[in-house]
Design a protein around this ligand. Structure first.
Ligand code: AMP
Length: 518
């Protein structure tokens, strides 16, 4: 297999009339998806050169999936844009992609008008209308010619992640990486055509790649869950029950919303039998609530950055954990090598010793689009291999092996701080705070202006009580200097705790304090 369209075509062959994808208003069968994508593909062959990026300016929807596949039929790769992002950032993405063609299904909306106005001066700026592309008659011979020229190493999609330089980096992932990863992913977790996958992740976040391609590969149905439901657990649980969802491949925070707001005392989605999570450390307290209410489901901790195609390790939860214990990230997926390097680039294999998590294998992405410098920084020759070319991706995450030789995530390298001469992992403080019964969620930051460790937390407990508890598990120099209680910790649009927002809010609080004292 060399092209993900073979997944689509096989499912259309096997299950032509089965629902493939559904959003709140629309749905399409496998046959419809194939035909509509071929229409878009045919229309695009007249508009773009094979291999180009094509941006998708739409809400998460069935239309967006049809458009993705249409772009692939045209031999191009898709980049989903998030319409809610500031235009400034969208413009940076479009610049990196060198002004790609944009497809929208809401040509006359206010948002599209704003985008047009913002970028109109740009030479070559073009937006095409989905509804018009859909009127095209399918020309199989055009599509076949393109297919014959497509290689499995060609890009399939691009996903933009935040870059430390302030400019978003576009990770480009090939057909080969997705085919390789998805074969193991669906086999390991027994995802089949009988499953109904409840999609939570936005399409510009790579967690959604697992939903989309699990469906494409197996013929399962993917049901998109409206975003607003993640603010109303009762609605969310009704939806999961009514749609008979079996499979959740969600960001950690999305699962925590249900457990935090006591969703299960309202209703339990009995059909859910697979709960896969990733993106952040899963708080044990929340996992335990899920396990209590859905004891027969399979729970999987998935780890990995976008740069290596979704995930490179997994751990199927096979024992009980108590708050404060670490749920391993487990073992590498087949055909991937995941290993640790110390600061001198020596292999780490001793239990408990930390090292940077590094990955090699087919699943490695093609690097950052139009960004040679950043690509060369993170995608490097394996320092342990002097014999032949072997590119590895350095994740910037620290890991270690536990007593059972399972790989565990420790923290990000850049969450390691020096405080009063001590080297401290903010993750360790968070783990200690997680053990405190009344703390529901926690996030620690280091404020490099005031040089203070600031702990933000959710839960009905006072600072004095927390400090008393922390003294039992961490040294005094690790106890946060400041504790800030919040009703809800802010989340990024990808559903991770928004550390940058917490830092800014803390700095603002200090500024206001100073102002009031003056
Ligand atoms: P992204 O590329 O947005 O998926 O972010 C990847 C980063 O999220 C990783 O490099 C880790 O820092 C973090 N991450 C992903 N999965 C996990 C996990 N299971 N446990 C802890 N951190 C994780």
């Amino acid at each position: 297999m060399t092209n993900v369209l073979e997944f689509l075509e096989q499912s259309a062959e096997k299950y032509p009339n089965k629902i493939a994808f559904a959003d709140e208003e629309n749905c399409c069968t496998w046959q419809e998806l194939k035909e509509q994508a071929q229409k878009i593909g045919t229309a695009l062959t007249k508009e773009v050169v094979m291999g180009s990026p094509v941006a998708v300016w739409m809400d998460k929807s069935v239309d967006a999936i049809i458009t993705f596949m249409g772009i692939v039929y045209a031999g191009c790769f898709y980049v989903m844009l998030d319409k809610k992002q500031p235009l400034q950032r969208i413009a940076q993405i479009l610049d990196t992609l060198e002004q790609p063609l944009i497809i929208t299904n809401e040509y006359s909306s206010k948002e599209t008008a704003a985008l047009r106005e913002f970028k109109e001066q740009e030479t070559g700026f073009r937006i095409l209308e989905y509804q018009i592309l859909m009127q095209e008659a399918i020309q199989i011979e055009y599509l076949s010619k393109i297919r014959a020229k497509t290689l499995d190493i060609h890009p399939l999609y691009g996903i933009f992640t935040s870059g430390s330089t302030g400019v978003p980096k576009g990770v480009v992932v090939s057909h080969r990486s997705v085919i390789d990863f998805m074969n193991y992913f669906t086999d390991n977790f027994q995802i089949t055509e009988k499953d109904i996958i409840g999609n939570q992740a936005p399409f510009d976040f790579d967690v959604s790649v697992k939903d989309i391609y699990s469906a494409l590969k197996t013929g399962a149905t993917m049901q998109m869950i409206p975003k607003r439901m993640f603010s109303f657990p009762t609605q969310l649980l009704d939806f999961l029950c009514e749609k008979k969802i079996t499979t959740l491949i969600w960001a950690v925070s999305a699962l925590c919303i249900v457990s935090e707001l006591h969703g299960f005392s309202y209703r339990v989605p009995e059909k859910v039998n697979k709960v896969l999570f990733s993106g952040e450390v899963m708080p044990v307290r929340h996992l335990n609530i899920w396990r209590e209410f859905l004891p027969n489901a399979m729970y999987v901790n998935l780890y990995g950055p976008t740069e290596i195609t979704c995930n490179c390790t997994y751990y199927i939860v096979d024992r009980d954990f108590i708050p404060g214990e670490t749920i391993p990230i487990g073992q590498s997926f087949q055909n991937e090598k995941v290993f640790l390097l110390d600061e001198e680039d020596k292999l780490v294999d001793k239990i408990g010793q930390r090292g940077e998590i590094c990955v090699s294998g087919t699943a490695l992405s093609l690097g950052y689009y139009n960004n040679k410098e950043q690509t060369q920084k993170s995608f490097v020759q394996n320092p342990l291999n002097h014999q032949y070319l072997e590119t590895i991706y350095r994740t910037g995450d620290l890991g270690y092996y536990n007593e059972k030789k399972e790989l565990c995530y420790a923290t990000r390298k850049d969450f390691q701080i020096k405080h009063m001469g001590h080297r401290i992992e903010l993750g360790e403080i968070e783990k200690a705070m997680e053990k405190v019964e009344a703390i529901h969620r926690v996030c620690c930051i280091f404020d490099d202006v005031s040089l203070k460790i600031v702990a933000f937390y959710e839960g009905p407990i006072e600072k004095r009580e927390i400090v008393k508890e922390l003294r039992k598990s961490i040294p005094a120099f690790m106890i946060p200097n400041v504790f800030c209680q919040r009703d809800r910790l802010p989340l990024t649009k990808n559903g991770k705790i928004d550390r940058a927002a917490l830092k800014t809010s803390y700095q603002k609080e200090i500024e206001t304090d100073k102002g009031e004292r003056k």
